[in-house]
Write a protein that binds this ligand. Sequence first.
Ligand code: PLP
Length: 397
Amino acid sequence: MDKKLIDESKKYLMNTYNRAPIVLRKGRGMKVWDSTGKEYIDFVGGVAVNCLGHCHPKVVIAIQKQAQRLIHVSNLYHIEPQIRLAKLLVDNSFADKVFFCNSGAEAIEGAIKLARKYSKDPVAGSKYEIIAALGSFHGRTLAALSATGQEKFQKGFEPLLPGFKHVPFNDVDALKNAISANTCAVLLEPVQGEGGVRFPSEDYLKEVRQICDENRLLLVLDEIQTGMGRTGKLFAYEHYGIQPDIMTLAKGLGGGVAIGAILAKENVAAAFQPGTHASTFGGNPLACAAAVVTMETLLEDGFMFDHCRRIGKYFKDSLERLKKDFPSYIAEIRGLGLLIGMEMTRAGGPIVDTCMGRGLLINCTSGNVLRFTPPLIVNEKEIDHLIDTLEDIFARQ
Ligand SMILES: *Cc1c(COP(=O)(O)O)cnc(C)c1O
């Protein structure tokens, strides 16, 4: 343990995170090393960010080259990598137009603004209310926090922004009942990641899409965690036979570099005109160059998606076998591609700590759900090693 650095971290940084007592210094592929030289296999992947693994050579080179050419100029000018990235996103999604920002929460803020702006009707009056789901997570800025359906994140920050209603996830009737004359949009994660890796029930998203169409509401999908191949398709909505009107992206988009995006259909995007929304850093050359190469690598021959689906199933099946051996520890396994949650019958924190001691980084969300969001390059051997370690930990308890 690097006591001096960790003491300084606690001295100088605001106390907003329960950080693990290690300082990570280097990463390659699935592995990271701390400041004492200890090696870890990383099943967190920067929380679903490092989709190609740590320091993928193509990403590193793209950043190096772009840094030598141009780092920042602002959106007063056209930016080559930003245009290329927008085209890649449009060519591979439901969307016609893209707006770039710098994080997930910022993408949600922009999506809320876009939905409200689009729904300002000079004749009919303005609709502004957004219905979101309980158990959702949309980020920490004030509007994103107001959209988030979990009180534990909101406590102490009241008053929240008005104009949000929350209904149980997977409850179509509750959603219908919540619609009022003021409702303009429904905001959902296709899979609730932070909320414990919770999946939509069969046909839920299709029914939501239909309800939105019947009531002329926008469907906004938050794919910040589920996007960029995480579930075995580029975007999770592709699994469910629907398309949103607006979608937010961030996390995996830049292959590790901070970037967020709002994608929308042409008619919706048209609500944004010069002066209505902006970002100084959004879509800067450096972040976009990293995102372009990340996306190109993901899309190459569809290789990564096939691998993600196959290895994700292998991972899930392995965890199911573990569950059979330890039914009193493990309540349920939920997963699609490489977004996998293992709900425990007890707190997950101590298991995360024990794994770390044994050179494995995993994450716990919602108190008792172990969440696995490794880079999409993870292989069988690494999964076997994780399973063996978990088995050993459970057997010793
Ligand atoms: C992580 C996350 C966010 C927030 O993204 P930040 O970049 O941390 O602001 C929003 N929505 C979902 C679904 C997320 O997983």
